[in-house]
Write a protein that binds this ligand. Sequence first.
Ligand code: FEO
Length: 412
Amino acid sequence: MLTTVNITNEIHYIGVNDRETYLFENLWPLDHGVSYNSYLIDEEKTAVFDTVKNTKMSVFIEKINGILKNRPLDYLVINHMEPDHSGAISALQDQYPDLTLVGNAKTFEILENFYGPLKNYHVIKDGDTLSLGKHILNFYLTPMVHWPETMMTYESTTGTLFSMDAFGGFGTLDGGIFDDEVNLEFYMDEIRRYFSNIVGKYGAMVQKALKKLKDAEITINIVAPTHGPVWRSAPNCIIDYYDRWSRAETEEGVVIVYGSMYGNTQKMADVIARKLSEKGIKNIRIYDASKTHLSYLVSDIWRFKGVILGSCAYNTGLFPTMETLVNKLENSQLKSRFLGIFGTASWSGGGVSNLNKFAEKIKWQQVGESVEAISSPKDEDFKKCIEMADEMADLLIKERKPGTDAFCSFIY
Ligand code: FEO
């Protein structure tokens, strides 16, 4: 018997795990896999909320059949059209020919662009409702979180928010489905990696969506996203994290990322980190951009206020992995960080000078002067690195709030 889990007596978790795919969107490493979550309400009328990637369609349909037996499936609510959730739509319509697809006008426009004409559309508008019998579905259009058609469906008798990608993250659900069944520290890292790399650019639209939910004055008891854990014990916790991240709110700490061919730029990173530590900064992360995937760097930069970037010169420009990082940061439109810059030149410059250009474009607050050593750092270069770290630590400490941040402190 396949695993399905009751969220309530009539709402079932019917998601699947993907441990085979290496890269999500053929881009983001799935070191711990990913779940494609789907849900089924089984009462007078039956409804499924989002499907799964096409590689998982057979096990998914088997789960639905296992619950419905020979009963019909009436509705498929398409909260998000991206193929990791729409891959089983036509297969589901083949299995249930009378199935009605529920989405907004943009959903069906994109759906047809991907899959050609399908049938039985029920087009909803913002604020519309649909009754399944006892359960009432309320539709909230939340465009550009992170595609144009994205929407959320709130089931008002149980307070369940089917939130599509919002509040979701990487990582398979290995037995535990609910927030109170899993190690949240692991999942929060993977949820932030998902948010910062995929949704974060649309922070303003996330804020609009959160405001819409707030203004609707609904009580959210369960957050049911399309990836990652289902939040039934602390739904407000994940909602508040999303609020913080989409406002670019940070924690105290410094992320140092460097590109170094022969270890000279790396030496400067270690000296900077030591000074930060001596000043009392505890969250310090040093990454070699050639070794750690961009998605993890962006995730930590989203988390912490201090960012210190280092690059050697490479063919008169930035070291390639650092170039990829700064391009991603520019594209993400992340705001309000303290920025330090260091690096090395050799037979040409190009590392530090291009980081300086990045600083002008991103408009973060630059800390100290950029430090550029020639080929290998000398005492005077290390001294400048220490001065920059000293200033960075002072700025962070000045922002330190008295007392502890009790918010969702059980997670971190
Ligand atoms: Fe999980 Fe935007 O797809």
